[in-house]
Design a protein around this ligand. Structure first.
Ligand code: BGC
Length: 518
């Protein structure tokens, strides 16, 4: 396997374990990140499909008619609870599925969870592409949701566990990168299929099968994470895999650290959900969950789901709207690359804080322009519509190099092993719940709050800034199983939650006697 760099000490101010960035880690991370492609494809496809006439005519006739009435209120023409349910049903299913996935992931490992995700997703894509009625359509969405729940639960954990600490941020963000690629591809496909009268939407929805198949095939190549193997008692396989993915023979210290974490987990654990309710789990639980709430309340999915609808509301033609969504998608992908190359160098907090300013300015100016120039039934002056489109790009860029990827990365790296699956479940399901709420409520909110909706999101962005500034510890470069010691117990606020806790001494080297060494 090719190697890029060897390291002895990491960037978190303490000791890192010996490791190279091996080809194996790179390949496994990229394959797993295809789970992000499935997720992203889905996010991107629904907005475009729900603005296609042929789709509306078949499943949502009322919306179709309203859309073509010239006098219909600009802000209200897409307000239809079934149309919103089409988009949001997936996220409901994903919440339930991510709970099941957290148990499955712990019991059977990360790899089978990723495989299950791709199978659910494939079934969903087939059902949706073949849908004859609204029930089939929604059933397809539910399967896709199960795929997203399983994938989003397993993939970020998988990558964070196999990555050397020093590269964890960048590698983990491959997941987000493929989310953004998925959104972009979906937008491009929608742009193409919207020209096909009858069945364009079927191609769009069926296209979800492609990333699912890639992930399914790829998932047979990836390794299981050493942590998951060791946690399930497969010490020898865990050690072997660790040596293979680290590209060095001397992995004893890291192996001991993982062993220590698993022993600690077993000692305290009867039920990891109950464990999560303990006082010392509160800092990670609060921060992991709230990060996902904030991620969604940036308002990003208003843009991701409804950009074409939003652009049409501002008076862009149907295909100009889809094209603008493609441009936004491109900005999203490129800006995520910025995060990959900066997150392990400058740290998580710098990115989060910078983007707060950027997103705040973009959202509030956008709100101001719409308030002034877009009334209920007028057509907005094109120059302002274009400025709003530009501000959308500024906003998306800020999100894409901060709260987007870090909303997934940080919750996947902050929990100790004994609460990792359960804790990450809370983060994933909070993401799904908030996505659901926004997907379900946005069109009605737009109808009632009009441009005020952008100020609503701006207020959230201010809160996010305060949270990142005062309450989030820096996790850059810290090995995942040392997070409590080196991040939480040192934080000015959260350290009080650990006062009474004494962590047991590290596991000693008996494993060497009980195991055949290779
Ligand atoms: C979020 C999605 C969002 C996407 C946009 C992801 O991190 O979880 O809700 O649509 O980023 O790129």
């Amino acid at each position: 396997m090719p190697t890029v760099a060897a390291l002895e000490s990491g960037g978190g101010g303490g000791q890192d374990f010996p490791a190279k960035l091996t080809g194996q880690v790179l390949i496994c991370s990229i394959i797993a990140a295809f789970g992000g492609l499935m997720f992203g494809y889905d996010i991107g496809i629904s907005g475009g499909v729900t603005s296609m006439d042929s789709f509306l005519m078949k499943f949502f006739h009322e919306v179709y008619e309203r859309k073509h009435e010239v006098k219909e209120n600009n802000y209200c023409k897409y307000d239809n609870e079934y149309l919103q349910l089409f988009t949001s049903s997936l996220y409901l299913a994903a919440i339930v599925a991510s709970f099941a996935a957290s148990l499955f992931c712990k019991r059977f490992g990360r790899k089978p969870t990723i495989q299950a995700a791709s199978i659910f997703f494939l079934l969903g894509a087939i059902l949706d592409a073949a849908a004859l009625n609204i029930y089939m359509l929604i059933a397809g969405r539910l399967f896709l949701g199960a795929g997203v729940g399983f994938g989003n639960q397993a993939v970020p954990l998988f990558i964070s566990e196999i990555a050397p600490a020093r590269y964890r941020g960048g590698l983990n963000i491959c997941f987000q990168l493929l989310i953004t690629v998925g959104i972009l591809v979906a937008n491009v496909i929608n742009y193409g299929t919207s020209q096909l009268q009858e069945y364009g939407w079927r191609i769009s929805l069926g296209g979800a099968a492609v990333p699912a198949i890639i992930l399914l095939v790829g998932s047979f190549i990836i390794v299981e994470t050493p942590t998951s193997l060791i946690e399930r008692g497969k010490l020898e396989a865990g050690l072997k895999t660790l040596r293979r993915i680290r590209g060095v023979h001397d992995v004893d210290r890291e192996f001991e650290e993982i062993l220590h974490a698993t022993e600690l987990a077993k000692k305290v654990e009867t039920n990891s959900f109950r464990n999560l309710m303990k006082r010392s789990s509160r800092p990670q639980l609060i921060c992991g969950t709230i990060l996902q709430v904030f991620q969604q309340f940036t308002g990003i999915n208003v843009i991701m789901f409804y950009a074409p609808v939003l652009f049409q509301t501002m008076g862009f033609g149907s295909s100009a709207s889809l094209l603008s969504a493609v441009v936004t998608g491109l900005v999203n992908v490129i800006s995520t690359l910025v995060a990959i190359f900066t997150v392990d160098r400058f740290g998580r907090r710098v990115l989060l804080l910078e983007s707060v300013f950027q997103m705040l300015i973009a959202q509030s100016v956008m709100g101001g322009i719409l308030m002034k120039f877009l009334q209920s039934t007028n057509e907005m002056p094109q120059i302002y519509a274009k400025i709003v489109a530009l501000l959308v790009c500024v906003f998306v860029a800020g999100f894409a190099w901060s709260w987007g990827p870090l909303g997934w990365l940080i919750p996947s790296e902050i929990f100790p092993l004994e609460t990792r699956n359960a804790g990450f479940f809370f983060a994933v399901s909070m993401n799904m719940l908030c996505t659901f709420l926004i997907a379900q409520a946005f069109l009605s909110m737009l109808c009632r709050m009009r441009s005020g909706i952008f100020f609503f999101f701006s207020a959230w962005i201010v809160l996010m800034g305060l949270f990142a500034g005062f309450f989030l510890p820096e996790t850059k470069g810290i090995p995942i199983d040392e997070m409590n010691e080196r991040a939480w117990k040192k934080h000015w606020f959260w350290k009080r939650y650990f006062d009474e806790e004494e962590s047991p001494a590290p596991a000693h080297l008996e494993w060497k006697d009980t195991m055949t060494r290779n």
